[in-house]
Structure formats: structure tokens, C-alpha cells
Design a protein around this ligand. Sequence first.
Ligand SMILES: [Zn+2]
Ligand SMILES: [Zn+2]
Length: 193
Amino acid sequence: MRDGYILHLWVSEDSESFINDNLDVIEAGFKLFFWDGFEVNIDRLPNEVIVGAFNERRRQVNVKSLIEGFRKLNNPKPNVVDVIFLDRDLYIEGRDYIFSATHMVTKTIAISIFRLAYAVNLASEEGLSLFRERLYKEFIHELGHLIGLDHCINETCVMAFSPDIPHLDKKLPILCNACVEKAHILGFDISVK
Ligand SMILES: [Zn+2]
Ligand SMILES: [Zn+2]
């Protein structure tokens, strides 16, 4: 049991209902690395953080500016993992778009649901479960980075780099044995069956 961790979710207005409806997915992902000894806090992400990182020309949010802007308002705290959720498309310099990113030093994760839910009928059972699986995979991928895991060459491992939806959908929602072993060396026993 890893007691005392706080998972602090910062949810934009436009992603709030998606996240509230799928909180169990987020909690299950956090549980994989941090077991049961954590609490979850949820706050609204101040809109100014998104506005300040929005690139008008690209119509996308710059993830580096997003995390910097967020950190101007909230200092990192020990044992707190801050996760930003938004429904705007994210990018990083040099790439057309990204689904999510992690800043290890400040323990900050940013996840965009924009592409995860794009062209998915969330009113259908299959659509909703596809969205939930993508959200889970993105979240545990970023938590893997947060604890120090790199990208994995095993393309079905959740730590494989996924530049697009087909690659994301090809991955399994689990870490491969090699990544589980690396996590163990980093001090994180993965609570898998
Ligand atoms: Zn990655
Ligand atoms: Zn792996």
C-alpha cells in the first residue's frame, strides 16, 4: 500500500462531463501504479490556463505552455499528481498533435480527449467502451512516464509510442513484462492480476 498520494484532477469546462462519467477509468489507472492508498480531488481548470496556451493559427493548445501556465497558479506538492483534462486538441513543437504529455519534475500530466472521442458514438456501448479504453491507455501510458518508464519497443505494450489512433488502438491496456520489471526496479509494483 502506498499511502498518502493525492490524484488531483483539473478538468476543463468542456471535458467535465466526459471525465465525471468515466472517473472509474481514471481511478483504475491510478490504482495500477499507486494501489489503494490515494484520494482523488477534482477542480475546474481555470479557463485562463487554456486561453494562455492556445495557438490561434494552429487552433490547438501548446502543451508546454499549458503546463507552464498551470504551474504559475499551482505549485507542485509532494505526493500530488496533477492531471489536466481538456477537450482542445494538443500539440508540441515538431508534431502535428499529441494525445497527452507528462512533465516528470512537477508531476503534471495533460490529456486531451479531443481525438480519443473523435468520430466515436459515445451513446453506443461499443463507442463508449472504445473511448474508455483509449482514455485508460493514455492515462496509464503517462503515469508510466511519470514514474520514469520510457517508450517500449513492444508495440502491444501500453508504453509503446502511439502517434495516432490506429497505433493507440493496437496497444493492449497493460504493461508488458519488461515494463512491469522496470517499474519494479523504479519502486513501483504494478498491481496486475
Ligand atoms: Zn509516451
Ligand atoms: Zn513494455
